[in-house]
Design a protein around this ligand. Structure first.
Ligand code: GLP
Length: 267
């Protein structure tokens, strides 16, 4: 199997690390997360991670859980904040991102329950803005995110920050908040909800401000269905209409981990 290669995207002046397959990209993501945990804990006694859901990171969490079982990684000094959650939804609903995180990571590692934070899909409607603001305050009080793990939606969304007509600067400063889901996002969520009618059409999402403020951002994109949007994010215009294109504004701290099928339209 050939090793990874670095591909320079001249349109955005961004380097992308391209792996022969998804498994190699996933392994690299897990290795980098484990390293950032070790370095942050050594430097200041704790690590603060921003985590993602979706199909892409499932195997990353398998890898991290295996490291914990093997004794080479611990979440003892880790605090986590997830990107997003459907709204409204019960945490015990198997389709909630809280359930996903319990299943894939939290129940399998030594992470304290009061340091594994997922936006709460049960807060009263009138309290959503206060809850979202509180979530941002918790992250800020924790010293910000050492790492944000990201996936990319087929419409370019990061978290549930959907394509927007806002100017780039305004979009980049958006806080955590309630959003309506984009038609492409709803279509992709049929995988979890069974039918379009069953998809919960709103969500709470960490804002772009907090994502871009993370000290390291890992963007993991795998599979041929991600090739067009990866190319738009890196070769198309820098615009809130393709939320992931805003990662170019903080390019020096973003690591793009992409498999060959997802990189197919970059060359
Ligand atoms: C989901 C999540 C995002 C995720 C993206 C891609 O709806 N809200 O955080 O990164 O869409 O998901 P997948 O990895 O399943 O393609």
């Amino acid at each position: 199997m050939p090793a990874e290669r670095t591909l320079h995207v001249s349109e955005s002046n961004v380097d992308v690390i391209v792996f022969p397959d998804a498994a190699a990209a996933v392994r690299s993501a897990a290795e980098r997360i484990a390293r950032i945990v070790a370095e942050s804990v050594a430097a200041r006694g704790k690590a603060v991670l921003g985590l993602a859901t979706g199909a892409t990171p499932e195997k990353v969490y398998d890898d991290l859980a295996a490291r914990v079982r093997a004794g080479t990684l611990s979440f003892r000094d880790v605090t986590t904040y997830n990107l997003d959650e459907y709204y409204p939804i019960q945490p015990v609903d198997p389709r909630s991102y809280r359930s996903y995180m319990q299943r894939f990571l939290f129940d399998r590692v030594d992470l304290a329950p009061n340091r594994a934070h997922v936006l709460d899909g049960t807060v009263p409607e009138a309290a959503t803005a206060a809850h979202a603001a509180e979530f941002d305050r918790w992250i800020d009080a924790d010293g910000g995110l050492d790492l944000q793990l990201l996936g990319i939606g087929r419409n370019g969304h990061i978290g549930f920050n959907e394509p927007s007509e806002l100017a780039v600067e305004a979009f980049a400063s958006q806080p955590t908040r309630v959003v309506g889901l984009h038609p492409i996002t709803k279509t992709d969520a049929i995988r979890e909800f069974g039918s379009l009618e069953a998809v919960i059409p709103r969500a709470l999402t960490m804002g772009v401000r907090q994502i871009l403020a993370a000290r390291t951002i890992l963007m993991l994109a795998t599979g041929p269905h991600k090739a067009p949007i990866v190319a738009r994010a890196l070769k198309g215009p820098l615009t809130a209409n393709v939320p992931a294109s805003l990662l170019r504004t903080v390019a020096d701290k973003v690591v793009w981990l992409v498999d060959e099928p997802a990189a197919a339209e970059l060359g």
